[in-house]
Design a protein around this ligand. Sequence first.
Ligand SMILES: *[C@@H]1O[C@H](CO)[C@@H](O)[C@H](O)[C@H]1NC(C)=O
Ligand SMILES: *[C@@H]1O[C@H](CO)[C@@H](O)[C@H](O)[C@H]1NC(C)=O
Ligand SMILES: *[C@@H]1O[C@H](CO)[C@@H](O)[C@H](O)[C@H]1NC(C)=O
Ligand SMILES: [Cu+2]
Length: 189
Amino acid sequence: MGVGAARRAAVAALLAVAVLAGVASAAVYEVGGKIGWTVMGNPDYAGWAGNKTFHKNDVVVFTYNKQYHNVMAVSKADYKNCVANKPIATWSTGNDSVVLNTTGHHYFICGFTGHCAAGQKVDIRVASSAASSPAPAPAPSGGGSNPSGGATAAPSPHPNAAPKALLAVSSVAATVAASLLSLAAAVLA
Ligand SMILES: *[C@@H]1O[C@H](CO)[C@@H](O)[C@H](O)[C@H]1NC(C)=O
Ligand SMILES: *[C@@H]1O[C@H](CO)[C@@H](O)[C@H](O)[C@H]1NC(C)=O
Ligand SMILES: *[C@@H]1O[C@H](CO)[C@@H](O)[C@H](O)[C@H]1NC(C)=O
Ligand SMILES: [Cu+2]
């Protein structure tokens, strides 16, 4: 095959590697492990989170029966006191993937009465990474006040989550791809 075709093949292969590298860099964790997100069986979410090192753009998945639970991102104070009436964000599909898109603490509680107090709450700390530019602490006033609007039957109460996740992953992939492409250009020139 000609030089042009060889270059195109090399570039395509590098692109494929870059995309895979970008996807692989974000870990996915099921909150609570096989117990999931619940009040039953004395779940130990502090123990669950404590054994892991979370990185920016990792994904945590909350799985639960949506009739009995939901997921709210809350401030530190609301996490501590189990205050569920001013969440930063609410998820309620029963299978919610949340991208940990900032470093620092991410506080989640169940908004159903009594559940947080019974232990259905988790503090997930994302380690600051030397590789990415330092991000400010998560803004506590993010999504506005929407205590129950998103918690009903809407199929996607938090429409930004998935696109943001894809954007985050693809931006990593794009960065990797760009560096590999310049490398390829240098080698093939
Ligand atoms: C976390 O680690 C401790 C000590 O290594 C262990 O006893 C515990 O079972 C672990 N917890 C989970 C949820 O894996
Ligand atoms: C949860 O959603 C993911 C895709 O976002 C899917 O792969 C998985 O099978 C779902 N799990 C359940 C229990 O529905
Ligand atoms: C992080 O994700 C949340 C929820 O998806 C979103 O509201 C927020 O704007 C994101 N922050 C950054 C810095 O991307
Ligand atoms: Cu609950």
